[in-house]
Design a protein around this ligand. Structure first.
Ligand SMILES: [Zn+2]
Length: 90
């Protein structure tokens, strides 16, 4: 976790002095913060909404379906023909 100096906004470094005390210290100014308890910060991360790359439900509404096989117990596949552009020939 990065902590920044409240006076000059530089990154604070964790230093341990000869007495065993741990502190945040700024490298640019004399700011010092003695660490006497655990410091935690909880950050809630929200998942980004994913774009539907296959076009959504409406794209597959009129798609052809394969026949459902009773022996395999699998769902029928949706088939949508797409036009493919070939590279130019020499
Ligand atoms: Zn500073």
């Amino acid at each position: 976790m990065l902590t920044f100096c409240p006076t000059c906004a530089n990154v604070l470094m964790v230093r341990k002095d000869a007495g065993g005390n741990v502190r945040y210290a700024c490298q640019s100014c004399p700011y010092t913060y003695f660490i006497d308890k655990e410091i935690t910060k909880v950050i809630r991360v929200h998942k980004k909404e994913v774009d539907d790359v296959l076009g959504g439900e409406d794209t597959w509404k009129n798609a052809q379906r394969t026949e459902n096989s009773e022996s395999l117990a699998v769902r029928p596949a949706l088939v949508r023909p797409m036009q493919r552009v070939s590279p130019a020939l020499w």
